[in-house]
Structure formats: C-alpha cells, structure tokens
Ligand binder design. Structure first.
Ligand code: SF4
Length: 256
C-alpha cells in the first residue's frame, strides 16, 4: 500500500498475495517485483496470486505491531482469504495496522468481523486525492474518493482507531483533503511525495514533477502548518506527520 518502505509504520509486515488489482501507476512494490524477478512484466502485477503457505500458516504473538497488507490491497477478489488470515493474527494477540485504499462495502463487513479485536487494530486508509479523475489515472482500479472517505467515517463512528496516508499526494494542493478527513482520524495523518525515479511515461496532464521537488514541498508544508496552526492546531496539526519521502528532502514540521 505504500509507495516505498513500511518500516516507518510497523515492526513486521505480512502479505497474502503477490500483485494487486488496483495497479497504481506509481506502485513501488510493482517496480521492485519486476526488478527482482518476482514478475516478468509489469502488467502481471494487476493479477493477484495467493501465497498458499501464508493462507494456511498459524501465527504466534509477534513483537510490536505488524502491517498487513503492505504490497497488495483488500479488494472484492482478496477479501475472504484476507479476513481468514487477519483473524488468525488477531486471535494470536497480534496488533495489526490495516492499510488499504478502502472499499466502503468491504470496510463495513470488515468492521463487523473484527469488532471483537478493535483494540488490536488501527486502520490506515490511503486517500491521495479528492479528484476522481486523478484517482482513476493513478490508481485505476482502486475505490473512488467517496468510497474512501465513507470508509473512514464509518470506521471512526464504529470506534476503531483511524489514520490516513496521503502518499503520494496527487493534488497540487492537498490542504482541502486534509481538512476533509482530519476530523475522522483518531490517530495520524501522513503526507508523502511520489518517487520521481519511476516517472517515465507519465501523462503530463496528471504528472507535474515540480510538486514533488524540494522548493515546492517546502512551501506546501509551511502553508499547511501556517493554516492549521491558526485554524485547527489540536485536531489537524497535532496529527500531521511527514513521511520519510519528505523528511529525506530535509523538510521537518518543527522547522516552521
Ligand atoms: S494499492 Fe498499493 S500495492 Fe496495490 S497497486 Fe496500489 S500502491 Fe501497489
């Protein structure tokens, strides 16, 4: 679910499938799978292949918090098997960060099925834009904005711990998105950029490299801090975190 790396968020991670039908253009896991020979061609990534060993594995309580999944999603195709493994992890006492580009109908079912383990779970919903046209281009088979926002609101009202990842932000200005979702995040809101390394062939109507370069990102983070330190310092600014993709540019919230 992340564009790069999972260590920022969890002590261990687990995936049940190789590949992801969302087939995001910027998917780091897809590029790594190709690079290390787990798939021959990039298009293969869009057809998830189950790992039967994980499906039948039993789990002990592991140290720290795990992230499941990290390199596929919870979709109508993968849901049933995903829940089987998730419940096995939770019954063993594990703490799990559930990362997904959420599908509202699936999140409603999932909340019911894991209700008993609410204290062991945090949702991290990836919501990268409020604009469905951009979402369709970058994340072709993932749910639209309405579905993702509704999922967040639903899980929030059901009493789950909720957080949002805006990585990579796709809007020129993600401030409206942050404003829209912040009230329903009990935990953190993460902001990150797209890795320009794999940008070859992106449509220039949807890809503006400069919004991921240091001068722009610095102004953006400063604007976010300025706006939300006046308007909603407690509900928004305190929850805001910068991903390594931004901090590695030498940009930190405390500098503003
Ligand atoms: S949802 Fe995550 S794993 Fe799936 S294609 Fe998109 S970035 Fe890759």
């Amino acid at each position: 679910m992340t564009t790069k790396g999972t260590k920022e968020w969890a002590d261990w991670n687990l995936n049940l499938f190789k590949g992801c039908s969302n087939n995001c253009r910027y998917c780091y896991a897809k590029f790594m799978a190709k690079r290390f020979g787990r798939i021959k061609e990039l298009y293969e990534w869009s057809i998830p292949v189950i790992n039967k060993k994980i499906l039948h594995q039993s789990f002990r309580k592991r140290k720290g918090r795990g992230m499941f999944p990290t390199a596929h999603d919870i979709t109508p195709q993968t849901y049933i098997q995903y829940v089987v493994v998730l419940l096995r992890l939770l019954r063993a006492g594990n703490k799990v960060l559930i990362t997904t580009k959420p599908n509202y109908n699936l999140i409603k079912m999932l909340c019911k099925q894991i209700e008993f383990y609410k204290d062991q779970v945090q949702f991290r919903f990836t919501i990268t834009s409020i604009d469905d046209i951009k979402l369709k281009y970058w994340e072709p088979n993932a749910p639209n904005y309405q579905s993702r926002k509704a999922s967040l609101i639903y899980a929030f009202h059901k009493g789950f711990k909720t957080s949002v990842s805006i990585e990579p932000y796709l809007d020129f200005d993600p401030i409206q998105l942050i404003n829209d979702i912040a009230l329903y995040c009990t935990e953190s809101i993460w902001l990150g950029i797209m890795n320009p390394k794999y940008s070859h062939g992106y449509d220039s109507r949807y890809y503006n490299k400069s919004i991921y370069e240091k001068p722009y990102v610095k102004i953006l983070v400063k604007s976010i801090v300025d706006i939300f330190s006046v308007a909603y310092p407690e509900t928004i600014l305190k929850k805001l975190r910068l991903k390594d993709s931004i901090r590695n540019l030498g940009i930190n919230i405390k500098d503003f």
